[in-house]
Each structure stands twice: as structure tokens, then as C-alpha cells.
Unconditional design. Structure first.
Length: 94
């Protein structure tokens, strides 16, 4: 399991040093994603949104205790991420 998904609460509860390390990993992910949108004027915003969708959907999908709802959350997020990564735009059907 990805540490981004597995450890956000641990990072929050673990004090400033742990939160800082977690933040560095999040910033690194956003920076990597930003290169995908480098030709877009809002590259940083798009990268932050995709990272948030990916990590948030994975966390929610594991937390809801309902397989159908988990699948729905993960499927909708994945479709939006895929659309943004291929077009640089929000999914009009999402």
C-alpha cells in the first residue's frame, strides 16, 4: 500500500517532523505530476488536484466498508484523473 494512503493520520499525529516528511513526499508527488501539465498555465493546480483525487479516493475507498461504494469512489476518481492527464481539462461527464 502506498505510504501516501496508509499514513496521513500517522503523519498528523506524529508531530512536526513526521508531518514535514509526509509533506515532502506529497510535494514530490505534486512536482512529478506538474511535469505532465507543464504546457498548461495552471500546471501546479492541475497536479495538486490529481494528487488529491488519487490519494483521497484511495483513502475513502479503503475506509467506507462497502465494496460497491469503494468501487464507485475509485472508479469516478480514476476516470477524472485519466481525463485530466490526457486532455489537461476537467471531465465534462464527471
Amino acid at each position: 500500500m502506498c505510504p501516501m494512503v496508509a499514513h496521513p493520520l500517522d503523519a498528523h499525529r506524529g508531530g512536526a517532523q513526521r508531518a514535514e516528511l509526509y509533506g515532502e513526499q506529497v510535494a514530490s508527488l505534486i512536482g512529478l505530476l506538474e511535469t505532465v501539465f507543464e504546457d498548461e498555465p495552471d500546471a501546479r493546480r492541475q497536479a495538486t488536484l490529481v494528487a488529491t483525487l488519487a490519494v483521497g479516493a484511495a483513502i475513502l475507498g479503503r475506509a467506507v466498508g462497502d465494496d460497491a461504494l469503494a468501487t464507485e469512489i475509485e472508479t469516478v476518481a480514476a476516470a477524472e484523473i485519466r481525463h485530466r492527464l490526457t486532455t489537461g481539462e476537467a471531465d465534462p461527464d464527471g
